[in-house]
Design a protein around this ligand. Sequence first.
Ligand code: GLY
Length: 403
Amino acid sequence: MKRSLFLAAVIAFSGLSFAQTEDEKRLSSILPAIIERSEAQYRRLENAAQKVRVDKDGSHRVPHGYIAAENKLDMRAIFWWTSGHFPGSLWYLYEATGKDEWKCRAIDWTDTQAPAADYTGNHDTGFRMFCPLGNGRRLSPGHRERYDALLVRSAATLCKRYHEGLGLLRSWGKIDDKKDFIVIPDNIMNLELLMWASKQKVPQASFFRKVALSHADVSMKNHFRVDGGTYHVLNYNQQTGRVREIYQGQGANCLTAWSRGQSWAIYGYTMMYRESGEKRYLDFACKLADFAINHPNMPADGIPYWDFGAPGEERDTSAASVMASGLLELARFVPGEKGKTYRAFAVRQLLSLASPEYLAKEGENGGFLLKHGVGHKPVGSEIDVPLDYGDYYFLEALLRFKR
Ligand code: GLY
């Protein structure tokens, strides 16, 4: 049989279909222009950041956002929770274009992150280290040995926040705080670092896996309502293991679902399924996704309000980009119409994000890609602004779509 005929037979037999929907065709056709715009923006952003990356005390800082009123980049320390996203985006631009200019920039900013491997101040080690070094090791084999050593060290650092009795990682607060034990759903994202480390030939490998699965399981039990909506902040009693208090955190109140938290959880449990093969995580990711995409307050363009309980208020493009990336992956694991629904929703979100309403014009937005992100509305911080992590997951989602 001729090779092409053989392939056609395999495709027909396996039920695989490469037919694109109209939305997918549209997204495919504008993809090169989005990447070109992203390159132009990030060239500008990186140039500006180079001038201010070293603080007066000699410490390094990374671009996080843009303060439009002062036409100034918002630079943050390498220990800030989002510091890995900018170098991670540089790796994605390298992946998207294959250009050495992006690889050089990515290596440069990734190197700066090294001291954060030992930072135990919160649970965000995965964001800080795995976004840059995890992508770096994947895309640059020459750096693998060094990045891998740093990533295993980072995994051990994160596990210092593990409480054996609770079976949970502590998200915020001091490692040995006897009174409070705070956990937020964002924590699930940091488990990717542990799942990766659990597959390395290191003595702690099985411990890393145990911690990741335990945290995912205990959170699955306590952190979500029966309808699949997430709480933001839980405080656990360290003696009884029970939830002591529920706080509003970055959400509108204790009874609503904070949109980015919901997106972290969709993405996180999908990743846990990919990494562990445990079906309970896949089923749970579907439940979380169904809550979001079928929610009566989800706008038609797929860009959620900053909280599912705050219709009519600001949208949050970062919640949309994290969700789109998570849904594209979830769709790969879910057969039939349900999987197609997740993919179609993610594609709709990406088309919206790529529209002039949300994607910055060249030269605007301080060089960042997405406009209209919301950081922490209840305390009045970062409302309707660009956010480094919004861009990171936008680029990731575009690459997942392309793949
Ligand atoms: N991890 C904090 C946030 O999503 O804002």
